[in-house]
Write a protein that binds this ligand. Structure first.
Ligand code: C5P
Length: 234
């Protein structure tokens, strides 16, 4: 089994990110670089984490016209990231352009093709937030609709909330990779995560990858915290 733990490097500086990455690298599968760290530190932090030998999930959630997203995906692919995110709400054509760009750029630059992950409905949005933006359907149906569209566009993976995993597993082809945040053990605070599962529960439901932030980086001993979570999966 590959190690499914992806640690969210939700820290403000490159130094803090590198220190955390070095500490926990032996017991986790990859690192997620999101908007906070990337906006502060730029592509250099991606290179520095990659230089340690670790896999990188670049979570910048691209959402723009197809040509622009394709170029952003090409840049991310040249940075040699292993996973990246786009918003499925950008539509079929945008998603197709993103996947094609990942594959072509990888071929041209001698990299492996990154897994382009579709983000469906942000978990911060509920039914009334959806209707405010003119989407007159419930959250579950909208997630499923966008997930199916993403797979039709050629994406090979999705980000979903823990409570969406089981339903998507029934709807989508088995090879689709599902990445889920919102992982907490019984002992953790839920923080601002409203819908959570424990790591083994999420894997049992059908997740391939678990994005874990505060339960690891805010722990007194991040390495011990990551190790304890890994043990629950063995
Ligand atoms: O600290 P915590 O474990 O809640 O971190 C979860 C990570 O996953 C954060 O980087 C957060 O931005 C991200 N995420 C999330 N919920 C989503 C999508 C991404 O928590 N629906």
């Amino acid at each position: 089994m590959q190690n499914p733990i992806i640690v969210a490097l939700d820290v403000p500086t490159a130094d803090a990110a590198l220190q955390l990455a070095r500490q926990v690298a032996p017991v986790v599968g990859a690192f997620k670089i999101g908007n906070e760290l990337f906006t502060a530190s730029g592509p250099d932090i991606v290179r520095r984490i990659r230089d340690t030998g670790a896999a990188v999930f670049l979570d910048l959630k691209f959402h723009d016209i197809p040509n622009t997203v394709a170029k952003a995906v090409a840049s991310a692919t040249r940075l040699d990231v292993q996973m990246l995110t786009i918003h499925t709400g950008g539509g079929l054509e945008m998603m197709r352009a993103a996947e094609k760009s990942a594959q072509q750029t990888a071929l041209q630059s001698g990299r492996n093709t990154p897994l382009v992950l579709g983000v469906t409905v942000l978990t911060s949005m509920d039914g009334s937030a959806l209707s405010e933006i003119g989407v007159g359907t419930d959250v579950g149906r909208q997630v499923e609709r966008l997930a199916v569209l993403a797979i039709n566009a050629g994406l090979r993976g999705l980000v979903c909330s823990p409570l969406e995993i089981a339903g998507l597993r029934q709807t989508l082809p088995a090879q689709v990779q599902l990445v889920t945040p919102g992982i907490r053990t019984g002992a953790d605070k839920a923080d601002d995560q409203k819908r959570t599962l424990s790591a083994p529960e999420a894997i049992k439901a059908g997740a391939n990858w678990l994005v874990i932030g505060r339960p690891i980086y805010a722990a007194e001993n991040p390495r011990a915290a990551a190790e304890a979570i890994l043990k629950t999966l063995m």
